[in-house]
Design a protein. Structure first.
Length: 263
């Protein structure tokens, strides 16, 4: 593993993305639209009362935090891994003196920097206008940072192992689309997990998708506390470990299986 070369690649990719930042700002805005829609839906429905124990201001806080968390955890680069495998460009990366994983990480981290340049100011302006109710403690912030890091790891490696199925099937991208749909439904985007009906709530708590986006938001807003917090972290760590093991197993088998002509 050539870590120095990997870091240089990350820096070069970030500088390249900054030259085309207007395009990526449009992508970031597109990802903000669904949470904004549900922010206005739930905050309007709550009005001067509560829904599921959440006030209008708490719904605003939840969805504004979700906007930032979703931008930070979304692993858009996993969509390109299958293309590299299918068209043979992976063979070139295999010749580099570093793991091909760095190529994906370079784009992933560069994207996060560019997206945050857009997303954070917009979210801050919305917070000034919409006045969220968010009561923070030092413990919540520390737990949130940990949950956010694990959420990114889980979402990245879960999508990466799905993308590696392109070694054996031609349309692995459809599985990534299914993953995004399940995150939308079960990770607290349509509604906070606590408000989901019985079967969906049980599925959201048990499956990994909640821990890719919604769980860090619940930690920061105080919806996950006590036993729920400990259980949530245990499941998040377990699913993250499973995703990394699946990635390692599929990568080793896939590279042995991989063949490419031309390039």
């Amino acid at each position: 593993m050539n870590h120095r070369g990997g870091l240089a690649l990350i820096e070069q990719t970030w500088l390249s993305w900054m030259q085309h930042r207007s395009f990526f700002f449009l992508l970031a805005f597109g990802w903000m639209v669904p949470p904004l829609i549900y922010l206005f839906v739930w905050s309007t429905a709550a009005g001067g009362g509560t829904i599921g124990g959440l006030t209008r201001g708490e719904f605003v806080a939840y969805y504004l935090v979700l906007i930032v968390v979703n931008q930070l955890t979304y692993a858009q680069t996993n969509w390109t891994v299958g293309d590299l495998i299918r068209d043979g460009r992976l063979s070139k990366l295999l010749l580099y003196p570093m793991s091909p994983l760095y190529n994906t990480l370079a784009t992933e981290l560069a994207g996060k920097v560019v997206y945050m340049i857009f997303a954070i100011p917009i979210t801050a302006i919305l917070a000034l206008v919409l006045r969220p109710e968010l009561h923070l403690s030092a413990g919540q912030v520390i737990a949130f940072i940990s949950a956010l890091g694990l959420a990114w790891l889980l979402r990245f490696f879960w999508g990466y192992w799905l993308a590696l199925l392109a070694f054996w099937i031609t349309r692995a991208d459809s599985l990534l689309a299914l993953q995004d749909a399940l995150i939308f439904l079960l990770a607290g985007q349509v509604a906070p997990v606590a408000l989901l009906p019985g079967v969906l709530k049980t599925a959201a708590i048990a499956l990994p998708f909640r821990y890719m986006a919604g769980f860090p938001v619940e930690v920061l807003t105080g919806q996950a506390a006590g036993v729920d917090l400990v259980t949530g972290f245990a499941l998040q760590i377990g699913w993250t470990a499973a995703a990394i093991m699946l990635y390692l197993a599929l990568w080793r088998r896939g590279v042995r299986h991989f063949t490419a002509i031309g390039g």
